[in-house]
Ligand binder design. Structure first.
Ligand code: SOE
Length: 387
């Protein structure tokens, strides 16, 4: 077996999630290439060294450009805030490195277009790229997509999707980079709305063609953070502006004729990471909530009405996507497994010489939907999504 040298940039929440994925993938899955956790990169030498020890990386760099020059790095995993995705990913692809880039692909459509052009040029030379819409790799989501593809849902009429969190519902919760437009591009819209745009298109196999949206920033000023890690922080005495949306809501049309209702918010008090998707089709319905992520609810409209009803499918059988590599039925999977499945699929694509999904082009299409929601909110008009 050949090795695949990994260089990861960023070591906060996503960096830790990706680290565990690279570590655990070869321990549970038979892989055609073995990922070597060679280099962790971050700007603060002391902090990145401590993170490397904790997360299992052999060496560190403090300049991502140096990471790209290393022969022991075949793949660059970008877990930085969105403002650096385009610059790093394009440079990495041009340096001949495969790239995994966290979502949303970029902060603007123009950046996402440039990244997609670089990815296409690199693919012609056998260099692969993928955007990290991790929730595609939740087994129950994979099952939902299969049921749609197998025709079990019929013609899709309604797509209902919510991504609900509450980590800034407290107006005194401090500012993080996720509340800074310069760093994050947008707020709930890009950070979590991007996931439900991708997931609904992934499950239905249809494209969002048109949107009408509304963005809202409820709390316009917050304490600056004295320290911030993951989704929580400690407040300083100074205050600063929130420059992104706190909540994004929009309705949409899908290419197959379905109508969609979307909601992304960090103000849904009591909802921590509730990704709720319901699909109603002519033959049946599907319903999913990430806070109970091992379950898919399925209603078959052809069943005897006397006993028909939503039934819960526990997506932990070896026949369900990815599950066979883990535990016996009923021994549940969690948040981190999606990240592991993501790198398993990426490694397979690299070894087989195929383009992995979701591609940078898929990330660009999501970016166009996000931009259309912003435009719609600003103009109070429906917006079409080109392409
Ligand atoms: C913060 O809202 C966040 O970490 C997102 O950035 C991730 O994509 C999501 O998986 C969990 O929440």
């Amino acid at each position: 077996m050949t090795n695949l040298g990994i260089g990861l940039i960023g070591y906060a929440f996503m960096g830790a999630a990706h680290s565990q994925a690279w570590r655990s993938a070869p321990r549970f899955f038979e892989l055609p290439l073995h990922p070597d956790l060679n280099v962790l990169c971050g700007r603060d030498a002391e902090a990145v060294t401590a993170a490397a020890d904790r997360l299992g990386w052999k060496e560190t760099e403090t300049d991502w450009r140096k990471l790209l020059q290393r022969d022991d790095v075949d793949l660059v995993d970008v877990c930085t805030p969105g403002d650096s995705h385009a610059e790093i990913a394009i440079a990495a692809l041009e340096a001949g490195k495969h790239v995994l880039c966290e979502k949303p692909l970029a902060n603007t459509v123009a950046e996402a277009e440039a990244m997609t052009a670089a990815a296409d040029a690199a693919a012609a030379k056998g260099i692969r790229s993928m955007v990290g819409f991790t929730y595609r790799r939740v087994p129950a989501i994979g099952l939902a997509r299969k049921l749609v593809a197998d025709g079990r849902i019929g013609t899709i009429r309604h797509v209902r999707a919510q991504y609900l969190q509450d980590w800034i519902a407290d107006p005194e919760a401090p500012l993080s980079w996720r509340l800074d437009k310069e760093k994050a591009g947008s707020g709930a819209l890009g950070d979590i709305g991007a996931h439900i745009v991708d997931l609904t298109q992934f499950i239905t196999g249809e494209r969002i063609t048109e949107v009408s949206g509304q963005l809202e920033t409820f709390v316009k000023e917050r304490p600056k953070a004295a320290a911030h890690s993951g989704l929580s922080g400690t407040a300083s005495a100074e205050r600063g502006p929130v420059t992104v949306d706190d909540a994004a809501v929009f309705i949409s049309r899908f290419s197959g004729g379905a109508v969609g209702v979307f909601e992304a918010t960090r103000f849904a008090t009591g909802r921590k990471n509730a990704i709720r998707i319901e699909i109603n089709g002519s033959a049946s319905s599907l319903s999913f909530d990430f806070e109970d992520m091992n379950l898919l609810h399925y209603y078959d409209a052809n069943e005897d009405p006397e006993t028909a009803g939503f039934r819960r499918i526990l997506a932990t059988e070896p026949v369900h996507p990815y599950v066979g590599a883990w535990w016996p039925p009923g021994h549940l999977l969690g948040y981190e497994h999606g990240f592991t499945h993501q790198v398993v699929d990426l490694i397979a694509a690299i070894a087989e010489g195929k383009d992995p999904a979701p591609s940078f082009a898929d990330g660009l299409q999501v970016q166009r939907v996000l931009a259309a929601v912003e435009d719609s909110s600003a103009t109070r008009q429906w917006q079409e999504i080109p392409g």
